[in-house]
Design a protein around this ligand. Structure first.
Ligand SMILES: C[S@@+](CC[C@H](N)C(=O)[O-])C[C@H]1O[C@@H](n2cnc3c(N)ncnc32)[C@H](O)[C@@H]1O
Length: 299
């Protein structure tokens, strides 16, 4: 019998298969998240407003194809450590970074974000876009707090729960999109605070993101899909359509939403841990239980 964690990782791999990534890139481009590159620029501008580090080492959690990482390397003159568990993503990142002269600025490391192979206080900033939804959030926040130097910023966006989210919606997202839990904005803020972050920004951007989606289909959509089905099969086309439709429906109905966060790692309150797997403290364990029982969806 596999554990919930193993099942989640398997589902994550099932989502980001070769056809899965091809389908998503068609709609999103290499910034593999809702809101396209515009969302990356919006987060960068908010992070810069709060003093996001320039010229330092930035950790990108779940860098995927590296659209945001390459943007960050340029925007903040940064060296970006690109963590992802999927080698397909790193292959794409490496070739794009090479083509753009960013080989030494975007460094791929294959790892789980819940267990970062990085030294305590080794990063000047942390970043993530629409990926913590797949993860054990308390474990990841603990790791980010560990590897950030004091006063460094963590800027990220993620899916959030809205009050209309039903149990069956959360189950469908867990089953099809490997979302173990979704938090409401105040729960996310509390979790950040409990992991040693001063929350500078916690904003619901659902309507902004929804408005960025065109209401009409592209003229070549039918032909593109027919070509996709010819190469990957009709069942794969239907699977990809259903996956896209699930979250777009919930997003448009505002049953799930989209949050933007910037947190500053507090100087003293969070003890640095040794390198290695995250070990949960009693306080974290109790918060995790609270989050899992209040948040929508369970591990
Ligand atoms: C939606 S994509 C991330 C998009 C990317 N941040 C961007 O904005 O272009 C999700 C990524 O998370 C990665 N991922 C999911 N769970 C992970 C984990 N626990 N550790 C590392 N990577 C993970 C997947 O392999 C996938 O590449």
């Amino acid at each position: 019998m596999s554990s919930p964690d193993e099942r989640r990782v398997r589902t994550v791999f099932d989502i980001y298969t070769e056809p899965g990534v091809e389908w998503q890139v068609r709609f999103l481009g290499t910034h593999l998240h809702p809101g396209f590159e515009e969302a990356t620029a919006a987060l960068a501008s908010r992070a810069a407003h709060y003093g996001f580090s320039e010229g330092g080492v930035i950790l990108d959690l779940a860098s995927a194809l590296g659209g945001p990482a390459r943007f960050l390397a340029r925007r903040f003159a940064a060296t970006v450590i690109c963590i992802d568990l999927n080698p397909r993503m790193h292959a794409a990142l490496t070739s794009a970074a090479r083509a753009e002269g960013l080989t030494l600025s975007c460094l791929p490391i294959r790892a789980r974000t819940e267990q970062l192979p990085l030294a305590p206080a080794s990063c000047d900033g942390a970043w993530s876009q629409d990926a913590l939804c797949h993860m054990d959030k308390p474990a990841v926040l603990g790791e980010v707090a560990r590897v950030l130097r004091p006063d460094a910023l963590f800027a990220f966006t993620d899916f959030i729960a809205r009050s209309g989210l039903k149990g069956e919606d959360a189950e469908a997202l867990a089953r099809n999109w490997a979302f173990p839990s979704l938090l409401r904005l105040p729960q996310y803020t509390a979790l950040l605070d409990a992991h040693g972050f001063e929350v500078l920004c916690a904003e619901d951007r659902t309507r902004i993101v929804v408005a960025q989606y065109p209401q009409v289909r592209a003229r070549d959509q039918e032909r593109w899909e027919a070509d996709f089905a010819a190469r990957h099969g009709e069942a794969e086309r239907q699977r990809q359509r259903a996956l896209g439709q699930l979250w777009l429906t919930l997003l448009r109905a505002e049953r799930v939403g989209y949050g933007m966060f910037v947190g500053r790692r507090r100087s003293q309150s969070y003890p640095a841990r040794a390198i290695g797997p995250h070990r949960e403290s009693t306080a974290e364990a109790s918060l995790r239980r609270e989050v899992m029982s209040n948040g929508v969806g369970k591990e």
